[in-house]
Ligand binder design. Structure first.
Ligand SMILES: [Zn+2]
Length: 233
């Protein structure tokens, strides 16, 4: 009887261990698949200018290259939270060229292009601040390459969100003859978040709240583009 009791107890312990191990494997699998899903979409976020190239200089001296990076980092956070794979062309103040580059601007643009091509992204979003000699000019606006249907659609969707969410944006997106939209077949837009040459809009662009609103509108526009684009294809 004692032998049978011990045997029964051993079998119970073994069974309990098997159940426990199976449960742990199940939990581990569930957690590992839930916490690291494969990103479905890839976005390249390009903070315009950097290094020797400050871009435009604002009414009160704001450097475009710095504010572009500030916005690009917030966009990175937002897109990451939505499960996008984000690739940044630059993450600090430096330009994308070597110390001995003879033509720093040209090298910088070539590196941006190769980052885009290697990423094979679903879209490229290049962040800039606009500037014009007339200080009254204002409003966020999106630019796209002339012959890019998907770039145009992405630009339209982001511009529509600007019209819903921002103060006095431009009415329409526009064709722009810029390297970053022309250099790739992937849908690519330049987002001019506003005019730093306009004293009022420059101050607005420098606030945390407005930066968050612009970035939120860009993400909303991108999501609605993906829905319309998926619907078309
Ligand atoms: Zn710029």
């Amino acid at each position: 009887m004692k032998f049978i009791t011990i045997k029964k107890r051993t079998i119970c312990i073994v069974l309990a261990c098997i159940v426990l191990i199976c449960s742990l494997v199940g939990i581990f699998y569930a957690v590992s698949t839930a916490s690291s899903p494969q990103p479905y979409y890839t976005v390249v976020i390009d903070a315009g200018h950097g290094g020797i190239d400050n871009g435009s200089i604002g009414y009160s001296g704001t450097l475009e290259s710095e504010i572009n990076l500030w916005y690009a980092k917030t966009l990175n956070e937002y897109f990451s939270q939505f499960g996008f794979k984000v690739i940044m062309t630059r993450e600090n103040e430096n330009g994308l060229y070597g110390p001995f580059a003879s033509n720093k601007k040209k090298d910088d643009m070539k590196v941006r292009q190769s980052i885009i091509e290697n990423a094979k992204p679903d879209m490229v979003i290049s962040i800039h601040m606009n500037s014009f000699k007339e200080t009254s000019s204002r409003g966020a606006q999106v630019f796209y390459a002339k012959d890019s249907t998907t770039g145009h659609l992405l630009a339209q969707n982001i511009q529509n969100q600007f019209k819903k969410l921002l103060i006095k944006p431009r009415n329409e997106c526009q064709v722009g003859d810029y390297f970053i939209v022309n250099c790739t077949k992937y849908p690519s837009v330049i987002v001019e978040c506003g005019f730093i040459s306009n004293p009022e809009e420059e101050q607005l662009l420098l606030t945390e709240d407005y930066k968050n609103q612009v970035c939120y509108a860009v993400v909303c526009g991108t999501l609605s583009y993906l829905m319309s684009n998926d619907a078309l294809s």
